[in-house]
Design a protein around this ligand. Structure first.
Ligand code: DC
Length: 223
């Protein structure tokens, strides 16, 4: 039987990874978090103290890095090292959209994502999955939520993960607005709803409700 492939795109904080992870677990799909790969490159760029104008060096980092995920997709290994926490700091969040604008870097990561997905039943989330990475995906979801709801979710997540950190709601909300703006307006593969994607506004839905909706849509296709 043909492999299942599901693409989930949408703006920051819409709940893509939470939902994708739960659907993957329920339906035994491989989950690939492409945002984690852009974050991983950004983490390495900051670690090496590179300036964001040093594009060729940034591209070389991506070329020379291997990315692996744990089975459930929740942990990322950069050249074999588990860096799942390091890629989610405010410093990485602040710079990741600028790094993601580099066209040649995107080409390298898109190739790596397509390789990871090959010959698997897969659910992949990001910004350009339905439009560029898996244009042949038989189910494309565009997940949205109001900016206040998305900021609230991110803020609660960050406060839970690191209660001691001094994170303000406004800073989280501003970062989301800024990233959405850069992600939606870049030249190569901007965040955009694929023509054949189904939009789900999650503002007043629970995670369980969204997960159930997507599972039903997959079941309809793969009856
Ligand atoms: O999903 P996330 O918020 O962790 O993604 C972090 C950033 O990575 C996002 O603001 C833009 C970039 N990204 C991208 O350009 N293309 C993707 N497919 C996934 C993420």
């Amino acid at each position: 039987m043909k492999n299942i492939s599901v693409a989930i795109d949408g703006p920051a904080g819409a709940g893509k990874s939470t939902v994708a992870k739960a659907v993957a677990k329920n339906m035994d799909l491989l989950y690939i978090d492409t945002g984690a790969m852009y974050r991983a490159v950004t983490y390495l760029v900051l670690k090496e103290g590179l300036d964001l104008t040093e594009e060729q060096k940034i591209i070389n980092i991506a070329k020379n890095t291997t990315f692996n995920f744990s089975k459930d997709g929740s942990e990322i290994f950069i050249n074999g090292e588990n860096c799942s926490k390091e890629i989610r700091t405010p410093e990485v969040s602040e710079k990741v959209s600028l790094v993601s604008k580099i066209g040649a870097l995107r080409t390298i990561l898109v190739n790596a994502q397509q390789k990871l997905a090959k010959n698997h039943d897969v659910i992949m989330d990001g910004r350009d999955i339905g439009t560029h990475v898996l244009p042949q995906a038989e189910l494309k979801i565009f997940l949205t939520a109001s900016v206040n709801e998305r900021a609230t979710r991110r803020f609660e997540e960050l406060s839970k993960d690191k209660p001691s950190a001094n994170i303000s709601f406004d800073a989280v909300k501003n970062n989301i607005i800024e990233r959405d703006n850069i992600d939606s307006n870049r030249d190569q593969a901007p965040l955009i709803k694929a023509e054949d994607a189904i939009e789900i506004d999650t503002t007043s839905l629970t995670t369980v409700e969204v997960v159930e909706k997507i599972i039903k849509l997959i079941a309809k296709i793969h009856r």
